[in-house]
Ligand binder design. Structure first.
Ligand SMILES: *Cc1c(COP(=O)(O)O)cnc(C)c1O
Length: 459
């Protein structure tokens, strides 16, 4: 009988990490730079400065510093809702009758309901420090927009959010929270920008995607000198800020003498998984012990499992730099599904490179019906209603635990529970009524997306 660990393991406030971990410093690979499409050359700090806050642009380009200190103002904000708990999913283990030990790191315990606040507060802080009036951004399911609205509200910054049209229709109350914190919210594609008008001219019924909303937000930021664009995932700086999740997870596991055999995260733009993996990936890259890493994505938007590793734009409107990543093509618009936070055509360049180099071991795709089955069981036995995005990780954690049941192995599984599903109840209802459709893109659909990947650059 193994020794009983508590249901929840907390770090103390003083044990919140004082620095973010920059995994790129440990990656022995040729970091492929982001490319300025105007010059075809690696983007420099001065190329990025009109779009991004200067300090964040520096973080974006930093391949060398292993640790970047967290400013005090950000640390004190973190103390409002961190450290987040590491939970031993005893009730789920029991329901599955598995010998596996299942842990999850819960990031939904703040008002925005997801891990995105970890990066939002950092980005708002640097914008404030630079003396800007405000920031623009896109949001898919609304979690990022809400997190950024909270962060901007805290620092008294203007916040303009372009929200993917289909999500805005599915989740009207997301808009209400963002506005409560003082943000303005525009469904995208909109007629407010050149990029939005062009997309609507081509397809007046366009339901929007993260790619379309990014184009609009970047264009809007470039209009004046007092605004910059901020992004809730994909970018290196966001993975950097989210390293907090993995640093805390590893420290909490050490307290209870545990180390994961498998680490699982859902992957939309790659930030929560990049963050959760961080401290364990550091172990792997420096030749120590290492878990098996699994990225889980929706079958409807399979950038890692079916995409190409290539330079591509991060947005539909071709206004962002190009990044080397797994991509379905920047004009690929995934079929509507209920995990809005996972509907991005590409994948974080860091995760892409780690996957390409074999350090991120596996990518797996799952369908909506599979994830809601897992989410419903989890909600019943663990008492937490997960976001559909998070349910991708739950699904695979359950599948791995069931494998252990067959083999009798006592593996230790750690997954990221990134957020809560209170704004996704129509999706839960559709699942319950058997109305959820799973129509993964056909090879022809993907071919149309791939055709929009730019000619490969030779640098
Ligand atoms: C945005 C979001 C995700 C996916 O984004 P990543 O950058 O891949 O982490 C996952 N879960 C929740 C709850 C989200 O809001």
């Amino acid at each position: 009988m193994s020794k009983q660990v508590p249901y929840k393991t907390f770090l103390s406030e003083g044990e919140i990490p004082q620095a973010w971990y920059n995994v790129r410093a440990d990656m022995k690979t040729d970091h492929r730079p982001i490319i300025n499409p105007a010059t075809g050359k690696p983007a420099t700090l001065s190329d990025l400065e009109p779009v991004f806050c200067t300090e964040l642009a520096k973080q974006e380009l930093n391949n060398t510093d292993r640790f970047i200190p967290i400013p005090d103002e950000i640390l004190s904000f973190y103390k409002m809702y961190r450290p987040s708990p590491l939970v031993r999913a005893y009730f789920l283990e029991k329901a599955l009758d598995t010998p596996a030990k299942i842990y999850y790191k819960y990031e939904g315990g703040n008002t925005s309901g997801s891990h995105k606040l970890n990066s939002a507060i950092a980005q708002a802080y640097y914008a404030k420090e630079q003396g800007l009036k405000g920031v623009t951004t896109e949001t898919g399911a609304g979690q990022w927009g809400t997190a950024l609205a909270m962060a901007c509200g805290y620092f008294d910054l203007e916040c303009k959010v372009f929200m993917v049209k289909v999500s805005a229709a599915q989740k009207p109350y997301r808009k209400a929270i963002m506005e409560t914190y003082g943000a303005t919210v525009t469904p995208s594609p909109s007629t407010e920008t050149e990029a939005g008008r062009k997309i609507l001219a081509d397809d007046p019924e366009c339901s929007g995607s993260l790619g379309t909303a990014i184009s609009e937000a970047v264009e809007c930021a470039l209009r004046g000198d007092s605004y910059r664009y901020v992004l809730g995932s994909v970018l290196n700086q966001v993975v950097l800020h989210q390293s907090l999740i993995g640093l805390e997870s590893k420290a909490a596991m050490e307290k209870i003498d545990e180390y994961p055999d498998i680490v699982i995260g859902c992957a939309g733009g790659g930030s929560n998984l990049g963050g959760l993996m961080s401290a364990f990936m550091a172990d792997k890259l420096t030749g120590k012990q290492a878990p098996y890493f699994i990225a889980v994505e929706p079958a409807s938007c399979p950038s890692m499992t079916r995409g190409k590793f290539a330079y591509d734009y991060c947005d539909t409107g071709e206004v962002t730099p190009m990044a080397m990543m797994y991509t379905l093509g920047h004009a690929f618009i995934p079929p509507s599904n209920h995990a809005g936070g996972l509907r991005f055509h590409g994948m974080s360049p860091i995760l892409s490179q780690l996957y390409h180099d074999g350090h991120l071991d596996e990518a797996r795709s799952v369908t909506q019906n599979q994830i809601f089955e897992a989410a419903t069981l989890f909600a019943k036995v663990e008492g937490l209603l997960p976001a559909p995005e998070s349910a991708h990780a739950i699904r695979v954690a359950i599948d791995e635990a069931l494998k252990c049941k067959e083999t009798g192995e006592e593996k230790t599984i750690l997954f990221g529970l990134t957020g809560t599903g209170y704004f996704d109840l129509s999706a839960y209802e559709a699942y319950r009524l058997g109305e959820l459709e799973d129509i993964p893109p056909t090879d022809e659909d993907l071919a149309r997306g791939f055709a929009t990947i730019p000619e490969q650059l030779t640098l």
